[in-house]
Write a protein that binds this ligand. Structure first.
Ligand code: AMP
Length: 307
């Protein structure tokens, strides 16, 4: 097993300018896990209710994802309901029903405790901390969060930042969390708090990577098919972490490649609702898109005589 992912497993109700879908497969661990499964072996840890459809578990198994860390509990599965306006850059939450998530108290089995690459997808930061405490030899931990937890559990999130290597946030979340509109300043604050790296996802406008020594700006992809942004952030994280877990190379150059793979996976995920695009995605399409990202961002140096 190479990548351990903990997060939500959800039934989402989503409305975008392209339609409304009720009770579809979603959740941060699901979007991240499926995306990562294109690159490495994945284990998912989460909780579902008795109402969770078997066909969704079958789909995750069809991606060779280890589901032994999923607990089934009496009650209903976590539900998120949200909508996107015309520009689709910001998710608006209509309702969050935590349901069985309120009873989620993960006790990791030995194989999962020994994971080296770990992604703590968007989840209650108290649970993220409980998972970190059980890890025996982590080499690289990344964590994600969202406004819901920044508003309700800010202090716990500070603790998470201190204990992980990388933190991934979207631009609205980092501004809210670090209380400044300036993204480089906000990233600097997170690095000061203890994170070794910060990734800021800017939706269709690309992503930024900050470490203490370096900075990288990933380009945006001119996406023409764009139906549902839900799960873009988690698909990004899945591609990013899946590639790092596969290569086990934490050099800055390799991390930059992982960011572009993350961006590629996010760009596919938004092409359709739920995990539908992931069901038909092939490795050759991923390769082609990665190379397109490279082409869009290459340019020549400016010579003095040209000025
Ligand atoms: P994103 O990649 O940020 O678009 O994440 C989308 C997924 O996050 C959806 O499939 C939701 O089920 C899940 N989600 C929504 N709210 C929360 C929350 N408060 N905690 C954890 N996961 C959530």
């Amino acid at each position: 097993m190479s990548l351990f992912i903990a997060g939500t497993i959800a039934l989402d109700t989503i409305e975008t300018p392209f339609g409304k879908k009720e009770n579809i497969l979603g959740g941060s661990a699901v979007h991240a896990g499926v995306s990562a499964s294109f690159f490495t072996d994945v284990s998912i840890c989460g909780i579902i209710g008795k109402d969770f459809p078997k066909e969704h578990l079958d789909f995750l198994r069809s991606r060779d994802i280890d589901l032994s860390g999923i607990i089934t509990h009496e009650g209903n599965t976590f539900c998120w309901s949200g909508f996107y306006e015309y520009d689709m850059n910001h998710a608006h939450t209509r309702d969050t029903k935590l349901n069985v998530l309120l009873d989620f108290d993960p006790v990791l089995k030995k194989e999962h405790r020994e994971s080296e690459f770990v992604f703590l997808a968007n989840l209650d930061p108290e649970i993220q901390l409980k998972i970190i405490d059980q890890l025996e030899k982590p080499r690289f931990i990344a964590a994600d969060t969202m406004d819901f937890w920044i508003n309700s559990k800010r202090a716990k999130l500070h603790e998470v930042v201190k204990k992980v290597d990388f933190i991934l946030l979207n631009e609205g979340e980092i501004r809210m969390f670090m209380e400044t509109p300036n993204i480089p300043l906000a990233a600097g604050r997170l690095l000061k708090l203890g994170a070794k790296g910060v990734i800021v996802k800017k939706g269709e406008h690309g992503a930024l990577l900050f470490t203490k020594e370096d900075h990288f700006s990933a380009p945006s992809y001119p996406q023409e098919v764009f139906r549902d942004p839900t799960g873009a952030g988690d698909s990004f994280a899945g591609g990013f972490m899946g590639y790092l877990a596969k290569t086990k190379d934490l050099s800055f150059n390799n991390i930059k490649k992982a960011v572009i793979l993350g961006s590629s996976m996010a760009s596919f995920n938004i092409e359709d609702f739920s995990l539908d695009r992931m069901k038909t995605l092939s490795k050759s399409e991923i390769l082609e898109r990665f190379n397109a990202f490279k082409e869009f961002s290459e340019f020549e140096a400016l010579l003095v005589k040209e000025l």
